[in-house]
Design a protein. Sequence first.
Length: 112
Amino acid sequence: MAHATDPDGSGGGNTTMAAITHILALFTWLIGPLVVLFVTEDEFVKENARNAINWQIWLTIYSLVAAVLVFVAIGVFLFLLLGVLDTIFVIVAAVKASDGTAWSYPLTIDLL
């Protein structure tokens, strides 16, 4: 399957490293994807790293909102929901990357 930067469908790009980049975000927040973004020459991997970074930035913003809302009780539920969404989104993104697709996370506006 072709990814967004591969319009002719010929493949290319390190799908394994792209998938690992998303999984790194689960354990290292922004650090892992940032390192990958700066050290790789592979455009497909860079695109996936940018997607992972964008999601982690927005997840942080959503978490800050949830932290404020803890005082009105709904924040606890939002924290739990964000944890579940983060895990699901990262797994979906990693699977899509391994299939050769650069998946854009829902609930994000591209900052990078």
